[in-house]
Write a protein that binds this ligand. Structure first.
Ligand SMILES: [Zn+2]
Length: 461
């Protein structure tokens, strides 16, 4: 039996990360086939363009959700009009391929909203080119900012790292990717109201759920501006954290979640499948980068817009820098004992933001070109045996090349081995017992783009 796929276009790379005193030493395993067009997109991501946009966003003084909306130069209204104008410009430059719009709603008084307030997300959609593909992949940053007091809508709050960095990243992706075709639809969103309680994300995700949209994956970029902290004592310039929740903390487990737990699949729900795919694909394209999987929802005492998607059943993850410098987050601009506080653009490392943008782009572009996942993926548990028997059904889509079966030890955070099985819709892993390994099955496009693996649910004949 062939362990690593070597059929036709497909090849595999195994990269072992060097042993360093770094915080993690995950084995890097990737089975991706590199797409020269995605490599071209990666080369078009510009640290200069990101830097210009972060400085421009910081220039609005504050982008607090409750701040001024009439001025053309100050406050959140001016900021969102500028973001929309930039999206419009990218669209013009790409033959009007982006659909740019405001997603607006009135937020009634809430914990951090004293009076009814209009909240406006700025959305650029790149429609998919395959009518049989209803998947939507969302990438976001939040453009609102805050000072020390979360209710202070007047003080300077440049929010360069939190989260002009994420906003500039998604703008740069929209600029570059609007010139290319994808099977699935890609949505780039600058969200508002994050600091006031994830309000913009809540409403967008709620509307998407109500409309029955197939959000196949969401990544938020929040605080991706600088890999160093503690005056350089923490420094990981080629690492980015990717937060991925496991079993959601529901009061009562639904039947589906219970089935994952009953079979030891607690790390194989869609969000962690998505996270592993992002890591594998991005590290395949960008071998210097380390996508550090953190198997939890978020950091302690903090939240992010991915949560609003997760709570509606959509797979969603969060990118953040590996180490945080808290004196440059959520702080009034001031100097104390010769220490500068505040989230100023001079503390952002622009080549680093560009690297994280490329990590996002590689994964998003690959997923956008991947086929829909296999359906009804099942593991035959009718009898005691040392083989593992899997079966599934092909999705209805015209960019399917075949399927790949992946497996790993139950304690491994990432896939360890794979086999490409062509268009077969069944597979037997000989002398590899289902009791000892975790399996997954994913679709691969006819030009080598890998989809998100699906966990096989047990069935009896
Ligand atoms: Zn933030």
């Amino acid at each position: 039996m062939r362990i690593f796929a070597t059929v036709g276009l497909f090849f595999s790379i195994i990269v072992f990360s060097q042993c360093t005193p770094s915080q993690n030493s995950d084995q890097k395993v990737t089975f991706v086939n590199l797409d020269p067009e995605i490599e071209e997109m990666l080369s078009e991501v510009s640290a200069d363009s990101i830097e210009k946009n972060v400085y421009r966003l910081a220039d609005f003084g504050t982008r607090h959700t409750l701040s001024e909306t009439e001025s053309d130069t100050f406050g959140i209204g001016a900021a969102r009009r500028w973001i929309k104008a930039e999206f419009d410009r990218y669209s013009q430059d790409s033959n009007n391929r982006l659909e740019v719009e405001y997603h607006r709603f009135i937020q009634e008084p809430d914990r951090r909203i004293p009076d009814s307030t209009e909240i406006v997300n700025v959305v650029a959609t790149l429609p998919g080119s395959n009518p049989a593909d209803d998947r939507i992949f969302v990438v976001s940053g939040h453009y609102d900012s805050r000072a020390t007091d979360v209710m202070d809508a007047e003080s300077e709050a440049p929010g360069a790292n939190d989260d002009a960095s994420g906003t500039a990243a998604i703008m740069e992706m929209a600029r570059v990717m609007s010139n290319y075709d994808f099977s699935a639809t890609l949505v780039f969103i600058a969200l508002a109201g994050e600091e006031q309680g994830l309000l913009g994300a809540e409403q967008w995700a709620e509307d998407a759920a109500d409309e029955g949209k197939n959000i196949a994956g969401m990544f938020t970029n929040d605080i991706i501006g600088n890999p160093d902290a503690e005056a350089g004592r923490l420094s990981d310039p080629y690492k980015v954290r990717l937060f991925a929740e496991g079993i959601p903390p529901q009061r009562e487990l639904d039947r589906q979640t219970r089935r994952y737990l009953q079979t030891g699949g607690e790390s194989d729900m869609p969000t962690r499948q998505l996270a592993r795919t992002i890591k594998e694909v991005s590290e395949g394209y960008l071998p210097a980068m380390d996508v550090w999987l953190i198997y939890r929802l978020d950091r302690y005492l903090r939240g992010g817009d991915h949560r609003s998607f997760l709570r509606r059943g959509f797979p969603a993850v969060r990118f953040s820098e590996p180490n945080e410098e808290f004196k440059h987050q959520h702080q009034d601009i001031r100097e104390e004992d010769d220490v500068q506080y505040g989230d100023l653009p001079e503390f952002v490392d622009y080549p680093y933001v560009a690297r994280v943008t490329r990590v996002n782009l590689a994964a998003l572009a690959n997923l956008g070109r991947s086929p829909k996942p296999p359906e009804n993926v099942g593991m035959n548990i009718s009898q005691l045996e040392n083989d593992t028997r899997l079966r599934w059904e092909a999705p209805d889509t015209d960019n399917l090349g075949g399927f790949e079966v992946l497996w790993r030890e139950t304690t491994s955070p990432v896939w360890q081995q794979s086999e490409y099985v062509g268009t077969d819709t069944h597979y037997t892993a000989e002398l590899k017992s289902k009791d000892n390994w975790i399996f997954g099955v994913r679709s691969v496009s006819n030009d080598g783009h890998v989809g998100v693996p699906v966990y096989p649910m047990p069935f009896r004949e």
